[in-house]
Design a protein around this ligand. Sequence first.
Ligand code: PMP
Length: 417
Amino acid sequence: MNHSTGKNPGSRTTLPWTFPLADRLTGVRSSPVREILSILSRGDVISFAGGIPDPELFAVEEIRAAFDHVLTHHASKALQYASTEGEPALREQAAARMSRQLPTTAAQIQITSGSQEGLYLIGQALLDPGDVVLVERPTYLAAVQAFALSGARMIGIPADEDGVLPDELEQLIERHRPKFVYLIPTFQNPTGMCMPAGRRHQVAEVLLRTGTALVEDDPYGELRFSGDPVSPIAALPGMQAQTLVLNSMSKITAPGLRVGWIRGEGQILRSIAIVKQAVGLHSPVTDQLAVARYLATNDLDRHIGRLNAVYKSRRDAMHTELARILPEGATMTNPDGGMFLWVRLGNDIDTSHLLPAAVEEGVAFVPGSAFYAHDPDKTTLRLSYVTNSPDVIAEGIKRLSRAIRTHSKQPSPAAAR
Ligand code: PMP
């Protein structure tokens, strides 16, 4: 193909070239969270937008020692191609951790480059164009994105403060025959909700009766600061074989490691491994071995205990400060763990219009509409409390308060038209 304009044979001006995109990319948006993070280059903006762990809390020395050990003693293995399923030492560690809640062998673990890759692999292994996936209302937007790339349609399941409603779930299953149901039952992203044991049993009962697969995403389960632990739905009688569980080191160690895993039983892991071969052969061996070494030589529970103590004080700070400033009629969650607080401002405040005013004041959040597969509640927003100290949180919430007040005084864009 000739890319020159032909006007002036001396200068070969290149015309912009448009690649013909695959249909499945139509309507798949870039993550609004990533986009908000990229506009936050202004150093003075306090960000409650991303679920970004505080780097001060990374176990840098311990992780450095693990990488040192791997490269000093196992370099020829660490730098070589390896198996798609993952390094045996890491699969063993993952299985041991998972077995605290649900008996698991190393053979039932597929190592992934973060659970985000796990979601994509599951989508590629299970979904055909036009398939339906039932998701929470609201849900983790990058899961919707990963499944949408397989051409799937996401339908939201109505929920109350305890999670999805079992009757509604059953009706949607009967109507849409979904390939699977995707849930984040423990400290959900974005609401922070933790589904109580009773509701988990009801949900499992519906899934078992209708023979519906479950994808249970659990990156936050160990970040609990209050209340009693609850078993994953996968651990309820009969659910093991019907569930794929995703876990990740991101929130309990460091997201930059990009180490996570999928627990599954039977043939499905073979299919997921075939997809993983096509995506990237295997996750980086050095990282896998270093994480395995880190887990073998450190007390991760103690580290998580430290994180939870800090995160608890930050959640308390954010909840207390928000309670002071939220307008009449607004509601918010007060999660027992995880990273996020979910606010419904109500009062017809569209939070995507509030965001520019907030950034102007020097604070950022994620507008809630990003987290709905359809029919968003536009008056919602997600705030992460894990990145900033209580003092900074207090200042950020003051700024948010100013932004809400300024924004509420302005005519809405619709009214201004
Ligand atoms: N699932 C959920 C619910 C998440 O919130 C996240 C990260 N924000 C992920 C999966 C992906 O995490 P990672 O790839 O870092 O393990």
